[in-house]
Design a binder for this molecule. Structure first.
Ligand SMILES: NC(=O)c1ccc[n+]([C@@H]2O[C@H](COP(=O)([O-])OP(=O)(O)OC[C@H]3O[C@@H](n4cnc5c(N)ncnc54)[C@H](OP(=O)(O)O)[C@@H]3O)[C@@H](O)[C@H]2O)c1
Length: 354
């Protein structure tokens, strides 16, 4: 889940990295070549994922209405997307599964052609709850397995959203159970810091295959990406557009869609600035997790596999780094396993009613 926080007013949102084998893949009805990245267990992950978190409002997580998301996924498959990112907290798993099953029935794809990433929510961190939760997900999706199951956050919570002291290592053992049972092909973590990843690596029976973290021009995550990639984890970057786009209706400080540096790079390749930013992630061997429900932007965002940035262009984009997170659940910062830096004025907890 993601929590998008802005300085004056919380708009919270649930939301809450040697990986070099590249395989060219012709996709479906469209001819775009989407590369793939090899995971540490030999499986391959398509190098861009479609994000499916629809946001958070006063009623909680925004729900897909009138099969909006299912129809987006149907179009996305036609346009060549093969990797979908969801989480139990997004409440989008059902429509993703429905769309994929429709396309399998139509003969457009086989199950093995599609890569599904989902995430364990914080209230299910007890070891024996992990497989229970994933089985519920699979039931909702109408599928036998997912491709990647991530621990969404290192912090466990009780059902009433008070802090649970369950150790994320116990939770990790639950993810290992899920993989052994064949409920997921690979397992990984999200929103973990370096020390937490290191602890998992020291103690695990199954090494994490992937790390999903926030990566965009304003938070380039060079150290963490390098560390994770050196340990054989594939890094997935969420919220890749950063300040280029409005975040839940709000303009964020930082480079915009018409930023002159990004625009000059985009002109050189006859691309748009969002495409340049997505390619900046791909050229760093990071899998962008980009969300759109708009048909034109769906096409635009996957059309990034016919050009490559120079090292100098990558560095120019790296220079936007301000270590700025949009997903910063500071209301959990006193949790013993909170992964990020603490702030002076934590936000009120949107999950707990006063
Ligand atoms: N692991 C975690 O804790 C975590 C946290 C946050 C997010 N995520 C995952 O990452 C995904 C993406 O993150 P995100 O939604 O925060 O950020 P994002 O993908 O960087 O930005 C999404 C926003 O950009 C707009 N957009 C998409 N393509 C565009 C384009 N080509 N030009 C202009 N605007 C464009 C979308 O609007 P339209 O839909 O109208 O196009 C939407 O408002 C989520 O959906 C979720 O799957 C994971």
């Amino acid at each position: 889940m993601s929590f998008i926080l802005c300085s004056s007013n919380i708009r919270k949102i649930l939301s809450c990295t040697s990986v070099k084998t590249i395989v060219s893949l012709k996709m479906g009805a469209c001819s775009k070549d989407v590369t793939k990245i090899k995971l540490n267990n030999g499986d391959e992950m398509p190098a861009i994922a479609l994000g499916t978190y629809l946001g958070f409002d006063e009623n909680g997580v925004v729900q897909s209405r009138d099969h909006l998301l299912r129809d987006v996924i149907l179009k996305a498959i036609d346009q060549g997307y093969r990797h979908f990112d969801t989480a139990s907290i997004y409440e989008t798993e059902g429509e993703i599964g429905e769309a994929i099953n429709m396309k399998i029935d139509e003969g457009v794809v086989k199950r093995v052609d599609v890569f599904i990433t989902t995430k364990l929510w914080n209230t299910n961190h007890e070891r024996d709850q992990v497989t229970v939760s994933l089985r519920k997900t699979l039931l909702k999706m109408g599928l036998d397995y997912v491709d990647l199951f991530l621990m969404h956050w290192p912090m466990g919570l009780n059902d009433d959203y008070t802090y649970s002291d369950v150790d994320y290592l116990d939770t990790w053992r639950g993810l290992e159970d899920a993989q052994r049972l064949g409920l997921t092909r690979s397992i990984g973590v999200s929103n973990f810091n370096r020390e937490q990843i290191d602890r998992i690596l020291q103690e695990c029976s199954v090494r994490p295959a992937a790390l999903q973290i926030e990566v965009h021009p304003q938070i380039t995550q060079q150290d963490l990406v390098e560390y994770a990639q050196n340990q054989g984890l594939v890094v997935m970057g969420y919220s890749p557009f950063g300040s280029l786009v409005k975040r839940h209706g709000l303009e964020m400080s930082g480079p915009r869609i018409d930023d002159p540096i990004l625009t000059s790079i985009a002109k050189k390749y006859s691309k748009t600035t969002p495409q340049v930013v997505l390619r900046w992630l791909v050229d760093r061997n990071i899998v962008p997790v980009a969300k759109t429900v708009n048909s034109t932007r769906l096409k635009e965002n996957i059309d990034i596999f016919d050009f490559k940035l120079t090292q100098d262009e990558i560095l120019k984009i790296n220079n936007f780094n301000e270590f700025k997170r949009y997903t910063l659940p500071s209301f959990w910062q006193n949790h013993q396993y909170y992964p990020f830096e603490k702030v002076d004025n934590p936000l009120p907890n949107p999950f707990v009613k006063n």
